[in-house]
Ligand binder design. Structure first.
Ligand code: HEC
Ligand code: HEC
Length: 296
């Protein structure tokens, strides 16, 4: 090594085409920060979880764990809500006063529960979609008083998990050899006539006979439906499976079979492992659905 004459700095002795590589010392401030970082790093490793092992990491002297913090937060939250949740779980839903603390708690809880567990089928605004009923209107398949709504939520519809309690009924698929194409065309025309829809071609009188013989047992003589069987009203403007001639023909040919999960059994209600939480959630969401506009 020699000194670069001009700047009095050590050179490394490397030289290419007359260009020398200088050996400037690192600035002191930089070196001190560097050492401080090493000391801090070692301290951190000792104090906090740091070195990955097979299933976990070295725990660190302070015993810090984000997982434990979350668990503690959840416990705190549960303890805070435990009492009012217990009240909601055992409340008589028909007697809850709008405006009371319990009612407001139920509404907020129900709104959040709906967003998390129901909106994927019923829509975030509960307006439904084809095959998934609108819960905002007063057209109910199974019933719109709060106890029936809570029952529908707890046990669901046509599911196999809660087979003994779920609402059940089955519209036959009339396209499977039950009715001739002509009878189907006629009854579709008749059904459309019932709610003043246009676009079907068929003999209305013959359709009325087909309806009387094959449909009235569930949809009633006048077509207004039967909630005991979840058979929709066919005389209104609300159609679960569509109101065009093709869609109604499809419904008659295939027999729709809407399935709704049983939330009373559904462990996927997060935090729903215990009976009280499940009941509180069902009551809350029933309250919420009931007040959306169509509750009876
Ligand atoms: C996987 C889709 C799905 C999810 C998730 C779902 N539902 Fe449903 N729900 C349905 C279907 C389909 C029907 C209609 C069943 C039928 O055709 O009778 C229904 C029917 C209902 C009914 C009866 C409506 C009536 O007219 O009688 C209520 C009340 C209801 N759902 C509330 C809820 C609530 C509250 C949640 C969330 C906890 C929820 N649903 C989650 C699919 C779903
Ligand atoms: C055993 C009872 C039963 C009989 C018989 C029956 N239905 Fe249904 N029907 C239902 C039920 C239940 C539903 C609703 C299914 C669902 O929600 O998934 C339904 C749905 C429908 C729908 C769809 C309504 C909508 O809102 O989209 C049409 C249309 C319909 N039925 C027409 C008929 C016609 C026409 C006949 C006679 C040829 C008939 N049904 C016979 C029970 C019955």
């Amino acid at each position: 090594m020699s000194k670069d004459d001009k700047n009095k700095v050590q050179t490394t002795g490397h030289e290419w085409d007359g260009i020398q590589e200088l050996n400037n010392p690192l600035p002191r401030w930089w070196v001190w920060i560097f050492y401080a970082c090493i000391v801090w790093g070692v301290g951190y490793m000792v104090a906090y979880p740091a070195i990955p092992l097979v299933n976990k990491a070295t725990p660190g002297l302070l015993g810090f764990s984000t997982r434990a913090n979350v668990a503690a937060d959840i416990e705190k939250f549960k303890a805070m809500n435990g009492e009012i949740e217990a009240q909601l779980a055992s409340a008589d839903l028909t007697a809850l006063e709008p405006g009371s603390d319990l009612y407001s708690f139920g509404m907020n809880y129900g709104n959040a529960t709906f967003a998390a567990f129901c909106s994927q089928c019923h829509g975030s605004g509960a307006a439904g979609a084809k095959g998934y009923p609108n819960l905002l209107d007063n057209d109910w398949l199974w019933g719109g008083d709060i106890e029936t709504i809570a029952y529908s939520i707890r046990h669901g519809v046509r599911n196999t998990e809660d087979e003994d309690n779920a609402h059940y009924s089955e519209m036959p698929a009339f396209g499977d050899d039950y009715l001739e194409d002509e009878d189907i065309a006629n009854v579709v025309a008749y059904v459309m006539e019932l709610s003043g829809l246009e676009g079907a071609e068929g003999d209305l009188e013959a359709g009325a006979v087909v309806f009387e013989e094959n449909c009235a047992s569930c949809h009633m003589e006048d077509g207004t439906g039967d909630r005991g069987q979840g058979a929709p009203n066919l005389t209104d403007a609300i159609w679960l499976y569509g109101s065009s001639a093709e869609e109604i023909t499809h419904s008659v040919e295939t027999g729709p079979f809407g399935v709704m999960p049983a939330w009373g059994l559904n462990a996927s209600f997060v935090g729903g492992a215990d009976e009280q939480t499940v009941t509180a959630k069902i009551n809350a969401v029933a309250l919420y659905v009931h007040q959306l506009g169509g509750g009876e």
